[in-house]
Design a protein around this ligand. Structure first.
Ligand code: FAD
Ligand code: SF4
Ligand code: SF4
Length: 374
């Protein structure tokens, strides 16, 4: 792995170069880096030669084969969607979950069950608060899980809450996050700068699919000028070819073509090569063309046994993912890697590449499909 460095390197290589994904992994571990208003704010400089901020960051020295070996015991995993044992479609059975969830309620159902079954004591989720501001939220009950149901398409520094807690009396934690957060989580778990870090208590990670996320400030300014944005209750983005951002408000629905909000996508997402949270225990996304169903990718024994329990208890129903849907998913995943690779190659300081992959990975990505913006 890369040699660890400190805050100054993080500031110049990541924060100062539009590579920060707002994952939150570097914040709230020292008095100098804060997560405020869905942004990472540096309060002071720090001269330490090594720091957890640099070690945790998903945009510093990411050696894919090393991470895959630690996670799955394999240096080479399939390039298309990462290592997995099974891919299915699934949805919640409980109408109360379906009503509040983003898609099929698989994430909220599994987290609630993991808490109720004592598989974990607490879960780190993301909740949308006042002014549509998303942030990390620790949930210990089904009701708290449901308070976090639904997607905010705004980047949230939720991992700062994993750093800060409080985790008193909590032995086992589950984390739900987008791919950059799942990557950061794996780096946090293996960081040996302190032994009792909360990340070491994480026994279950549920990764979301993600193509991009919006920067909070510019997006809210956009909404503020167009709609009574304080009334927004939830948001969704329809799949191609429609591509509409739908905001459900207390007095109806407002719509914006994705092209109108594209300028507010955080710049770091252009360099992101993971669409399906390849290092999670299980990954969940939407099934385009099958409203109300989730795609579910099982990657580890922890993920498999969680699903088995959910099926046995009648919490989730599952069915096979049709071959053409799988093909589409693979294409979207490879396209994201390909775009990231091209942009990384075009970066000014070519000597710095956060992503280190071997030649077979590069070859598989480069020979993949070519298409326009997601
Ligand atoms: C920024 C973003 C981009 C996404 N892009 C895609 C995509 O391109 N394709 C696709 O198939 N799916 C995408 N998803 C995932 C999709 O929106 C659903 O989260 C997923 O299908 C799970 O549905 P569910 O009904 O099981 O979730 P729910 O049961 O409603 O649970 C959703 C969970 O998402 C978490 N969450 C909400 N907002 C955020 C956030 N900003 N950051 C981190 N965690 C959050 C909450 O903690 C909650 O536990 C994206 C999600 C996010 C947050
Ligand atoms: S990507 Fe995450 S860890 Fe890296 S600087 Fe940004 S918030 Fe911090
Ligand atoms: S596209 Fe990548 S960097 Fe951007 S929010 Fe999603 S996982 Fe994070």
């Amino acid at each position: 792995m890369d040699q660890n460095k400190g805050f100054r390197a993080l500031a110049s290589l990541v924060l100062g170069r539009d590579l920060c994904t707002t994952c939150g992994a570097c914040a709230w571990i020292c008095p100098y880096l804060d997560a405020f208003s869905a942004r990472i704010v540096r309060l002071h400089d720090c001269d330490l030669a090594e720091g957890r901020c640099y070690a945790h960051c998903p945009r510093t020295g990411l050696e894919l084969s090393h991470l895959n070996e630690k996670r799955f015991g394999l240096r080479d995993v399939p390039v298309k969607l990462g290592f997995y044992s099974k891919i299915l479609m699934a949805r919640a059975q409980d109408p109360g979950v379906l009503e509040r969830a983003q898609t099929g309620g698989v994430v909220s159902s599994l987290v609630a069950m993991a808490l109720e079954e004592g598989i974990v004591d607490a879960a780190l989720l993301t909740r949308v608060g006042k002014d549509l501001l998303p942030s990390g939220k620790i949930a210990t009950s089904r009701e708290e899980v449901l308070e976090c149901a639904g997607s905010s398409y705004v980047a949230s520094p939720s991992l700062a809450t994993l750093n800060r807690g409080p985790w008193d009396g909590v032995g086992r934690i589950s984390v739900v996050g987008v791919p950059c957060q799942v990557l950061a989580l794996e780096k946090m778990k293996s960081c040996d700068l302190i032994q009792d870090a909360p990340a070491r208590k994480v026994v279950l990670s549920i990764g979301l699919f993600c193509t991009w996320a919006l920067s909070y400030g510019p997006f809210i300014n956009f909404l503020r000028q167009r709609i009574p944005w304080e009334t927004v209750e939830s948001m969704d983005i329809s799949p191609p070819p429609e591509r509409i951002l739908r905001l459900k408000t207390s007095d109806g629905t407002r719509e914006f073509p994705v092209e109108e909000i594209r300028p507010f996508i955080q710049p770091a997402c252009a360099f992101c090569a993971d669409m399906s949270s390849e290092l999670a225990d299980l990954s969940v996304g939407t099934v385009e063309g099958e409203p109300g169903w989730n795609t579910l990718i099982l990657r580890t024994e922890a993920g498999e046994s969680l699903l088995e329990k959910a099926i046995t208890q009648g919490i989730l129903e599952v069915k096979a993912l049709p071959a053409d849907y799988l093909e589409h998913l693979v294409e979207a995943s490879i396209l994201k890697k390909r775009r990231a690779l091209e942009r990384l190659r075009n970066m000014e300081e070519k000597e710095f590449k956060y992503l280190k992959a071997d030649s077979s990975w590069l070859e598989a990505v480069e020979s993949g499909p070519k298409r326009g913006e997601p």
